[in-house]
Design a protein around this ligand. Structure first.
Ligand code: ADP
Ligand code: MG
Length: 694
């Protein structure tokens, strides 16, 4: 028996150097080896007679080493080891390059029987394999002659080495308790933990590792559901301020709007209203496509709070967005006697009694602390330690996916700490990334979700087309006409904000220059990129908003939330380089007014993904397609979640999610603290450390 908690440096053949390398793979003790799951498998289980071999197949043969030689290649650079293997039907040559350590092994193995797996080559000299995998027949099949697991590797830690270690662990045997209740295992016919581990590392068949993967996917989902339910339960035990629906102010506000709310906006607002009217904190996600009108819903919530003399914090991911929110809140609330502050690295502005005023940071902090400001809008500058509110009752986080999980956790924590004695604020998160239902069920289960799927009625569908290089001149001409009619244009360049390097910057500058001088010499073109200071960006945006520039050339910094209804056309260059959801986000910058809008996807070739965008306007549909085409990893938050591949593959398995939810609900309802499930409770704690959920 081997102790699973044994540190790896106590194992044979694991020195301090090797231990360091293993740590990179997250392997610190024996148990971690077992939970280092294969990334894939090579089926080398079929053993063939040499005479039956076919060229190019990947297979295994067994036979006796009848010849062994070392040579040098003609350049004398490479050392070649060559053996000839024979069974009773024929011979095959195997060669290895520059693998001196094999010399000794083969000297011992000469005349002995080995298994050999690799890709078969056939030429005038007969069958051969280069760099095949081999092992003596006297050993039970590990690296050949079975379904062989291929593990995530790192320099100096090969799959071969890992297989050897893992084989030793199973050979020594170990005890491991299953955290999944027996009843659940029986209900779904799932293997026990130990059996599933064995089948993952030593599958007898494809089916046996698939069943094992299913078990781990299920148990992950089950734990995730338990955690979500626990978070929900805990929030129910927290106090929050109750806000009675202020009908009078709400109606006044609604009447002041230049539009009527859509049905989905009304529904979302009703759900939020109910939440605010409860004595425990709201934890709601407002999920609506770009331009679906989430802001006004957040305003409705804010006005209730402000009129009850409590405070609202609104966090945006960028200064540009924070500034824009500040402007539209000031505008919409101008007749409501609500004071608003903007606090970012470069802005400290307040809006009060219809006037805007720049102030110092200290003054701003003071006004937040005394409660003089009703609404404070900002970037993560809002979550600095020295920002203290008098009576913070609602936190709105816009475009949540831009915030790191850590930042969100910190915010929630710091806000909660400030309110230790009394109550914690209500939380409203807004995201413009349509999240497929399956993903939100798995990863966002602790949040209540309000969907705004329907767009305001005044929107005309955006005409989208894929434009091949031969057709770009026509598009430029079309845009010329649109601009001459007084409309504006975005040109988006395929640079991702985070990776805007100097070399990339040059490409942007060159393109801006080309468009300004060669294509549109008669127009004024703005330029926006990630290396500009916020104030510079702000000026560029202002100039575009005020129509000082007609065309805005931008990198993907433009992605979120910008609202310029007069912009009716957009070119996305090298569109194939963006993901579907991102393209959809860009496109959402246009089609915001009542005029027909056009989006042109410039691309070397028309791809399936581009056609999905061209043919779909509904963000939720596009998200589902993205999920099908690229898998769950393409969704923000999923990749960093730390979930195993098998779980990821099952993340969209509705049946499994529902089953996990039902069983988790049963357990949490009966036993919220998991007192009767110590192993489950322990696994949950471990998962909390390893897996990050929003
Ligand atoms: P997003 O959901 O992307 O944040 P916004 O809240 O910025 O969208 O709204 C986009 C634009 O639509 C804004 O100019 C807003 O005033 C307007 N808008 C919001 N709701 C409606 C509606 N029901 N009808 C018409 N326009 C609306
Ligand atoms: Mg928005």
């Amino acid at each position: 028996m081997i102790d699973l908690d044994l540190q790896i440096d106590k194992l044979s053949k694991v020195g301090p150097k090797q231990a360091q390398k293993l740590e990179k793979l997250g392997i610190k003790n024996v148990r971690d080896f077992l939970f280092h799951f294969p990334a894939r498998y090579d089926d080398l289980s079929k053993i063939k007679k040499i005479s039956e071999l076919k060229a190019d197949e990947n297979t295994t043969v067994t036979g006796k080493i009848i010849k062994f030689a070392t040579k040098r290649s003609w350049q004398k650079r490479m050392k070649i080891i060559e053996i000839v293997l024979a069974d009773d039907t024929g011979e095959i040559k195997a060669v290895w390059f520059n693998q001196d350590y094999l010399i000794e092994s083969f000297s011992y193995s000469y005349n002995k029987n080995i298994r050999l797996s690799g890709k078969v080559k056939l030429d005038k000299n007969g069958f051969s394999m280069s760099n095949p995998v081999w092992e003596p027949v006297s050993k039970s099949p590990n690296h050949t002659g079975r379904i062989v697991p291929i593990y995530p590797e790192t320099k100096g830690v090969t799959s071969r080495w890992l297989r050897w270690q893992i084989e030793n662990i199973f050979r020594a045997d170990f005890e491991i308790e299953d955290f999944l209740p027996k009843k659940i295992l029986e209900k779904y016919n799932l293997p026990s933990l130990k059996k599933a581990l064995y089948d993952l590392h030593f599958p007898a068949s494809e089916n046996s590792y698939l069943v094992a993967q299913k078990r781990f996917a299920f148990s992950d989902m089950f734990l995730i559901q338990l955690k979500s339910l626990q978070i929900k339960q805990n929030l129910k035990n927290e106090n929050a301020q109750i806000f009675k629906y202020n009908k009078k102010i709400t109606e006044k506000f609604l009447n002041s709007l230049p539009f009527k709310l859509t049905r989905d906006q009304q529904k979302a607002w009703r759900e939020i209203r109910k939440d605010l009217n409860r004595p425990n904190p709201m934890n709601r996600l407002l999920n609506g496509d770009v331009g679906s009108g989430k802001t006004v819903v957040a305003m409705l919530a804010s006005i209730q709070i402000a009129k009850a003399n409590s405070q609202i914090a609104l966090m945006a991911p960028t200064e540009v967005l924070a500034y824009q929110h500040f402007k539209s809140f000031s505008d919409f609330f101008s007749d409501f006697n609500i004071s608003i502050g903007l606090l970012t690295a470069s802005y400290k502005i307040i809006f009060k009694n219809g006037n805007e005023q720049k102030i110092k940071r200290d003054e701003m902090l003071d006004k937040i602390k005394t409660g003089e400001l009703d609404i404070v809008i900002g970037t993560h500058a809002l979550i600095q330690k020295d920002v203290a509110f008098k009576n913070l009752a609602l936190v709105v986080v816009d475009e949540q996916h831009r915030f790191g999980v850590k930042q969100r956790a910190y915010l929630q924590q710091s806000v909660s700490n400030q309110h230790k004695s009394a109550s914690i604020p209500h939380f409203l998160t807004m995201t413009a990334t349509p999240i497929p239902r399956t993903i939100s069920m798995t990863l966002l289960g602790s949040l209540d979700v309000s969907l705004i799927a329907e767009m305001p009625k005044n929107r005309k569908p955006i005409a989208t087309s894929v434009v091949l290089p031969t057709k770009t001149a026509e598009v430029y001409e079309f845009i010329r006409q649109q601009v001459n009619k007084g409309f504006q244009t975005f040109v988006i360049l395929p640079l991702v904000e985070e990776s805007e390097k100097l070399a990339d910057l040059k490409a942007v500058l060159t393109e801006h220059e080309r468009l300004s001088q060669e294509v549109f010499p008669e127009f004024k073109l703005g330029l926006l990129h990630g290396r500009m200071k916020s104030t510079e960006k702000e000026n560029v945006m202002e100039d575009f908003k005020n129509k000082k520039t007609q065309i805005l050339v931008s990198t993907s910094v433009i992605e979120v939330g910008i609202d310029i209804p007069n912009a009716t056309t957009m070119i996305i260059e090298d569109a194939y380089r963006f993901g579907l959801s991102q393209l959809h986000q860009f496109r959402g910058r246009i089609g915001r007014g009542e005029k027909q809008s056009y989006c042109f996807l410039f691309s070397k070739r028309s791809t399936k993904r581009l056609r999905v965008i061209a043919n779909n306007l509904n963000g939720f549909k596009i998200a589902e397609e993205d999920l099908k085409l690229r898998g769950p990893g393409s969704f923000l938050g999923v990749r960093q979640s730390g979930l195993a591949d098998a779980t990821m593959q099952n993340i969209t398995n509705i049946k499994m999610i529902k089953a996990a939810n039902i069983d988790a609900t049963k357990i949490i309802t009966a036993d919220p603290e998991l007192k009767n499930y110590p192993l489950l409770s322990q696994s949950l704690k471990k998962m909390n450390r390893e897996i990050h959920l929003e």
